[in-house]
Ligand binder design. Sequence first.
Ligand SMILES: [Ca+2]
Ligand SMILES: [Ca+2]
Ligand SMILES: [Ca+2]
Ligand SMILES: [Ca+2]
Length: 414
Amino acid sequence: MVELFRLWTFIMVAHLFVHTAEITTTNVVTLNENKRTDVKVADVQCTDGTNMVLTGTISPTSFCTFCFVVEPTDVGTGAYKVNFYPSVADLTFSQVPEYDITLTCTDLANSSNVATEVLEIRITPNSAPIFADGLTHQEAISGTKDKVAGDTLFRVSASDPNSDEIFYTLTRTDPASDNFQIGLTDGMVSAVNDLNTQCTQEIDLYITITDGNIEVGPQVIDVTLQDSNEVPVIDTTDDRISLAEDTVLDTSIVTIAFTDDTAGAALTFTTVPVAAEDLFTLDVDELKLASALDYEDTSLRRPLVLFTVEDGGCTSSTFTYTVSVTNVNEAPVIGPEDNVLDVYEGDIQLDPEWTTTDPDFGDDLTYSITASTPTAANFDIDPRSGIISSIVEYDVDQGAMTATVTLTIEVGGH
Ligand SMILES: [Ca+2]
Ligand SMILES: [Ca+2]
Ligand SMILES: [Ca+2]
Ligand SMILES: [Ca+2]
């Protein structure tokens, strides 16, 4: 009985002086290989020494070994932590499925007084995000033409098995349109512009999602655009007219009929060539002649008038109307007028040096004398050259013939 008491006393004293190091920590931590944010993976508590320091060694020593860092929380109490820093390298399950960190608490006052624990970091492979509705889906938007820029339309639903943040991208639309966008992180599809500019009843949106590592898609969303803005339709079918070049101004050429669901839809036109635009004016839906046609101006002989109807959001297809200008034989303009020429008597040959012009390309000019004062027909004119000649030998002596003769000359062109 006495011996037992002594043994107990010895153990009691030894315990008071050794201060055996101890370490307390989590033993197993799981991290998804897609982890992208800094995170504390474990708290570590070193106890019972006088000045406890924690160190760690990692195995294997490849790939992400420097992603894990031992840091003090409170040195005075021996509190430490192990942090994960993803900016250093990626965790890749296929390369290293598990890192083991051997943590050692050392008593600086007695370096043989240590305690160790192994912290297992188990890497779980990343899984792809998932569209809730699969890769083909249907949506309907009601009152489409009344939606305005910024209006939300519907949400694309997706989840990630690892609870990773999901990023959404609208890669394209069919038909092409810049009227739709998707929120990068919320998957909310919204209108970029007022949707009265969306001139179709259907559109396919192609959506992809990613968790930052694995991209999935596209999900093709067949969107029905209910009550969308109808495209104006031009109903007029007669697409050509012939107009004589002397058609009087303000003549009605054509009235364009169209149908549309939008109040205020309006007709506009352009021309080919652009220079022909001044020839026409639009009186509401009626095209009228605004300036003189000219068959001889070959660039404006067959102008095209391109009609469209715009309703503020949608534009009709172009209706091409052809105006063919037909020729009219226009009278030549004689020149010079009121010509006074002096000539000696005798056998007269006189060239008045006509400057006569005819608007019609290639017309032949024909000169003729229509009147003479006095009326004696002493002169003739060459119909082609316009040269005036005396029929007789002209003689003004003794008043035989007048010293002044007035000839009225006409020119024809055809
Ligand atoms: Ca994931
Ligand atoms: Ca319309
Ligand atoms: Ca002409
Ligand atoms: Ca002519």
